[in-house]
Write a protein of this length. Structure first.
Lengths: 222, 222
């Protein structure tokens, strides 16, 4: 089956999670635009990424990026997650929004501190309503490993969402960059992936490693 | 290092999670008593388990079991978790309580539905106070696989608790039965393991497998 080539925007794409995903998705053949609050900063980082991956990655402000993307990734810190989505909500109509947000609250980032509604990503689906196909994914993948293009990423991706075809599209993007994505349930289940990130941070510290991840076991065909 | 041999009680030990853990811990050389609300039922199941494992497993009511155990496991359904602990609280003083509870709310057991305080096990630590050393563990391990003694259990154990030496003791018990236990943070982090169980149930259904589990990756010494 031929791989579908998408125009993908990465909002907050100048941070480590954003650059890592943009690099990997561009290397897999997709057309990438990274967004930032400052278009100039986005263009500067995009130029660096373009040099690294050998394929043009565009940079623009978050809003223009969201407008141009068929699929929009959100890779901003939790503190600005809601505000960033509110600023582009009207141009997300009908699109898949892949929200990678983890509700980490410094300084205790190794302690699970889920928001009142339990999932930071489910809150965005509630905000956006059914017009936006919100999918939760990539919370547990090490940004550091994503950015090292020659480093295999030894982590599965839990993909949650109320829109199953949208989840399947994101599972396809996982496969494009060499990761196994698993349908992990409705958007409420994003709480599991979000909470797990603090556990992985704790394990990194306790066992003095970088980039702990998870693999799903028990599959008939591993 | 010689393995310490413990007297271990398993409250609610006639259910699948309880029998599986009792079998594995007895096979590893520990002295097991399974508890039940009805002592007669506990004794009947204990006799079956004894025959299977070739080592005596005792059966009694939950209270007597808790009294006799140095380490007490809790393997009851969420609906009776709190009541069961309240009934034995006075005999748990100073002991390690290994709470395996997952807050599944039928019929939607594949959907994360964490309690208001986020973690069912953290709620027990709050109830018990500092006199009881509550450790959260074994939420993600397939009861079915635990019960098949010749089936290797391909799943790591997330171990959470506010009492680090107690967590280390439970990580030791994991090793005794051939599992890798990881210190996964304070008792609040139990929310991650609890939520993950609904994700694994969803994966079992979606991918038509039994007993999906997780492995931690990224370790220097795998």
């Amino acid at each position: 089956m031929e791989q579908r080539r998408y125009s993908i925007a990465v909002l907050g794409g100048t941070g480590p999670q954003g650059t890592g995903l943009a690099l990997r998705l561009a290397a897999a053949g997709h057309d990438l635009t990274i967004g930032s609050r400052e278009a100039e900063r986005a263009r500067a980082v995009a130029a660096e990424l373009t040099a690294r991956v050998g394929k043009t990655i565009q940079g623009s402000d978050n809003r223009s990026a969201a407008q141009g993307g068929e699929i929009v990734f959100l890779t901003v810190p939790y503190a600005v997650q809601r505000g960033t989505v509110e600023g582009v909500l009207d141009v997300l109509h009908g699109k898949i929004l892949v929200d990678t947000t983890v509700p980490l609250i410094p300084p205790k980032v190794g302690t699970v501190q889920l928001p009142r509604g339990q999932s930071a990503v489910a809150a965005i689906q509630q905000l956006a309503g059914s017009a936006v196909r919100v999918v939760s994914a990539f919370q547990n993948v090490s940004a550091q490993h994503l950015n090292e293009l020659d480093h295999p990423v030894n982590c599965d991706v839990l993909v949650c969402g109320d829109d199953r075809p949208a989840c399947d599209s994101v599972i396809g993007l996982c496969a494009d960059i060499g990761l196994r994505g698993f349908y992990a349930g409705p958007i409420a289940n994003s709480a599991a992936a979000e909470a797990l990130t603090s556990v992985l941070i704790t394990i990194n510290r306790r066992y003095k490693i970088a980039g702990a991840g998870i693999r799903i076991t028990g599959l008939l065909k591993p």
